[in-house]
Design a binder for this molecule. Sequence first.
Ligand code: NAD
Ligand code: FES
Length: 273
Amino acid sequence: MYKIVSKEKLNSSVELMEIEAPFVARKCEAGQFIIIRVDEDGERVPLTIADYDREKNTVTIIYQVVGYSTELLSKKQVGEYVEDFVGPLGKPAPLHKCDYVVGVAGGVGAAPLYPQLRKLHEMGVKVDVIIGGRSAEYVILAEKFKEFCDNVYIATDDGSLGKKGFVTNVLQDIIDTGAKIDEVIAIGPLIMMKNVVKMTKPLGIPTGVSLNPIMIDGTGMCGGCRVTVGGKTMFACVDGPDFDGFEVDFEEAMTRQTMFKDLEHECQIGRGA
Ligand code: NAD
Ligand code: FES
């Protein structure tokens, strides 16, 4: 059993939870994920680690309340326990020492991006971040990124905060300044990551992406996260979740994600959720 030590509502559908999990906190690296099970009968939900504190023995997760299991999790309060918190799983993100990295976060994608950019900053890399959301309410972690990013750019679809438009519009602005970007790390909806790669690939700017959203049980056994990377079949939960964005077949990943969304929806209806 794993104790919830703090909980925070980041917006109407996104919450942060800090969980006491000494083993995971000691071993985890940016990019890895955990599998949480809220109670004995709960399904296994893979969530990328949003932060960790090796002294406090805690791991932070950020989740969108979108279905039966995340609703159950959301009902848990500080001081209560979750049944299982297994990890760290997956491979650490491949972070390289260089001069300048731009992080691109779409919605909840800001959560897994946070530890990656902080690690790069600790490695002496200059980091900027672009955070996108449908509106001001959906832009998360801006204050936390300000702790180490030189620039925190914000884009909202409706223009209620920062630049009106997508994160890709802000990325274009940065590219247009002529700044030499050594690498881009994009984490968010598949369509966003695909469109970031569409911009960076012709310019030869290496781009990392995270395929966490296509994972289902996170065990390497269900086959749900199968994806083609560089012409080879890979599994996001075992070979990733982070991959070279130039090599990912996004069309296939998006088709597969839709396929399982329909099944999930049917399953939730079955549960009366
Ligand atoms: P959203 O649909 O509101 O999009 C967030 C932002 O992404 C937008 O504000 C925009 O700036 C950008 N974006 C969206 N569509 C775009 C497009 N066509 N071109 C360029 N940019 C675009 O996202 P949401 O509702 O907050 O959902 C979060 C998404 O992030 C979910 O799809 C979830 O699966 C995904 N996610 C990904 C990871 C990961 O590891 N990659 C982790 C957590 C969540
Ligand atoms: Fe099931 Fe990867 S999520 S095999």
